[in-house]
Design a protein around this ligand. Structure first.
Ligand code: FPP
Length: 269
């Protein structure tokens, strides 16, 4: 009996000591399964679940947002390593202003902190920051941080990181329609030439391919006003994992699932 107990204790000790290593080995194994020729060019992520994650731990929602920044760091790094071309992250929506003032302030501050802390790492990984959204409505410090992030990474040729901040899909379409109308009124575009391309070329994501893969952690099946035009033929991958727990292994699993899907774009195989 004593021997069994000793064995169990030793096994527990061994498991605790090696869990990290086993996870690393699993990540390595899965990374090797990724078909580098069929990578999604553009991945979009709704970084959801920060609040629930924190409340379950008896902590404030802000604690969850802070933890969410760590996931963002990890995912930006792995996307860079895999040579994904574009990553769009939904960090603050036009509807998020409805949250309590304190939470909004924390999100504004976190963005500033993120860029101050990460700018060197972003440059090291050759990431180019591209903020998207109604940026002119943001508080000066937040706007400054976004501009600094874009400015200081402008020359990089790696991953394009679209940071959607004060972003709304409907608002983007409204802004695009306004740009189209302005160009028609100035004679730059004729009304007869308004086709899909005229719209795509005036979106915040002009010049970029639409997302191939949309990832939504935290289990909800909603678009939440994200990239409404661009997601027309995007593959959705919903995960029960909360964003603060979302790590490279989850991203790799999403990519592997994406690579198993058959995309028909409304046609036949
Ligand atoms: C949604 O979770 C998340 C947000 C509204 C903010 C996302 C922000 C981050 C991940 C970190 C910030 C990153 C930068 C660069 C500022 P939720 O609060 O709606 O979660 P819930 O659905 O569980 O309530």
């Amino acid at each position: 009996m004593d021997n069994i107990l000793m064995f169990k204790q030793y096994f527990d000790f061994w498991r605790k000591k090696n869990t990290g290593k086993i996870k690393e080995a699993e990540v390595e194994r899965l990374i090797n399964e990724v078909d580098r020729k069929k990578l999604p060019r553009h991945i979009a992520i709704i970084m959801d679940g920060n609040g629930r994650w924190a409340l379950r731990r008896g902590m404030s929602r802000s604690y969850g947002h802070r933890a969410g920044v760590e996931s963002l760091r990890d995912i930006v790094k792995v996307c860079s390593e895999l040579k994904v071309k574009i990553l769009t992250v939904y960090a603050f929506s036009t509807e998020n202003w409805k949250r309590p003032r304190e939470e909004v302030d924390i999100l504004m501050d976190l963005l500033v902190e993120y860029f101050n802390r990460e700018i060197e790492e972003l440059n090291k990984n050759r990431v180019r920051v591209n903020p998207i959204g109604r940026l002119h409505e943001l508080p000066p410090a937040t706007l400054e941080a976004l501009k600094m992030g874009a400015e200081r990474t402008r020359g990089n040729d790696g991953l394009i990181l679209n940071v959607a901040f004060n972003y709304g899909g409907r608002q983007e379409i409204v802004d695009t329609v306004r740009a189209v109308v302005a160009d028609v009124l100035s004679g730059k575009l004729s009304a007869a030439d308004i086709e899909e391309r005229a719209i795509s070329e005036r979106l915040y994501t002009a010049g970029q391919p639409d997302p191939d893969l949309l990832i939504r952690p935290a289990g909800d099946f909603r678009i939440s006003n994200f990239l409404l035009w661009q997601l027309a033929y995007t593959e959705f991958w919903i995960s029960p994992v909360m964003w603060p727990d979302f790590r490279r292994i989850d991203l790799i699993n999403a990519i592997l699932e994406f690579q198993r899907r058959e995309r028909r774009f409304g046609g036949l195989k």
